[in-house]
Design a protein around this ligand. Sequence first.
Ligand code: HEM
Length: 507
Amino acid sequence: MTHTPHREAGRARDRRARRSLTDRLATGFARTRAGAAVTTAIAALRARPVPRHWTHGFGIVPLALLVVLIVSGAVLTIFYAPSSERVIYAGSYAPLRGTEVSAAFDSVMRLSFEIPGGLLLRQVHHWSALALAAALCVQLAIIFFTGGYRRPRRASWVLLVGVLVLALATGWSGYALPDDLLSGTGLRITEGVALGIPVVGTWISALLFGGAFPGDVIERLTPLHVVVLPLALVAVVLVRSVLVLRRPVPLLPRPPERPLEFVPTWPRAAARAAGLGAIVVALITFVGATVTISPVWLNGPSDPASAAAGSQPDWYTGFLDGALRLVPPGWEVEWLGRTWTLAVIVPLLVVGVFVVGVALYPYLESWILHDSGTYDTLDRPRNAANRTAIGVAGFIFVGTMWAAAAADHLASLFHLSLELVLVGFQVQLFAGPVIGFVVAQRVCLGLQRRDLDIVEHGWETGRIVRLPGGAYTEVHAGGGDPELWRLASTTSSPIRSSISQQKEEEP
Ligand code: HEM
């Protein structure tokens, strides 16, 4: 059958006329500047391959937790009363009825007992805060030990450390909001630390508390927790996401016989990420629904005159508490007509230098190694023995401060004196990182040597044969070039240079 050109033109006109409103809006938007930018970004994401391997979805976990925190936090804000005004508790929890509490504590009790789903929201919010800090630490550790922070990803590393610091600050400020006895104890420590800072300490304390403790700290912390810090967090996360998506995914070397399968970032990897995000939300909701956290009714309202015995901060701020506990008693000096509280200044300096050192590590490393190369491949941790050893030493250092926050619990659990436990931690703070460094470095070099052995002689098969001369030997299989993939990524390994040397010497 044939169609006249006149009829064809009529059909095309009809088709145009039938286009839906959304179609026309989309076409209109695509013609604008913003539309063109979105189209270009989507085209770039379609062309950016992502490996279909579970390790490459890990960055989604903190993102999903941040979304949960923002959504649950927004709903909590509706019912939370950011006020330190004194009221008499008259809610349904009988043991506290008639007690004088702050309006903030009263509202958190109402959230826990009277508002349907309120306790679930509080618990999901608090568990997400704990999990967010953990997920960020794991992400940083993976990037560090594989060398994923090197040029051209140095700025994303700095931003990720910034995200962790902001998440800790947001968590700390949220921890203070319920105004229960634990919040109060934490704030009392904060006040002491602030006052211990030379010159500006009293100003910081006045800014935070607005007068004698507790002042109106709740009124001052709420906007910080609910608006300022979350906005800063979202901004840094967005900038970092753009930086990450503009680079190819850095990869660990793979054996040629087990190649990775790749999918485009948009839409396939994005859909997988959304699925993983949904799983994270489901799991954290399950934990929030079944495991009690922050039972403010058991802690009771905050009271400036008392501190809960054995009170502990949330896990992610434990290292700060431990750093304070590790200072020997009586550390202060008189100088320039002032008392310098070294017990506060030294831990603050140590923690500050450590955090700045971690953030600037990529720049320090390239400066010390005179390395101006760019890297799109990752290292196996064993192949960068010094870096792995530095990472292990850093973990032991922070881990010791963190564990020292539980010194009182450990002393009573093991029936030891508190002083003895603290001295143990003090020794470990200095000796632990050095021992950790040496052991980790030796282990890495040992593993490199084993790899070299496999490259040279193949795998041990466990089959022993007798040679014509009467000697016994184990049969090795494989080896040779295909195994070199495991070593190929190394930039600093002595084993690699040994292999290159052998290759050059081969006829
Ligand atoms: C990284 C982001 C966040 C972290 C780590 C975080 C952490 C926390 C923590 C640990 C608490 C104490 C919960 C409790 O035991 O009751 C808390 C309370 C609270 N948060 Fe957040 N939060 C975050 C974001 C937000 C956002 C975005 C909002 C609001 C839009 C918000 C609003 C609140 C409110 C109103 C409370 C007091 C209610 C209560 O304690 O039950 N939070 N937050």
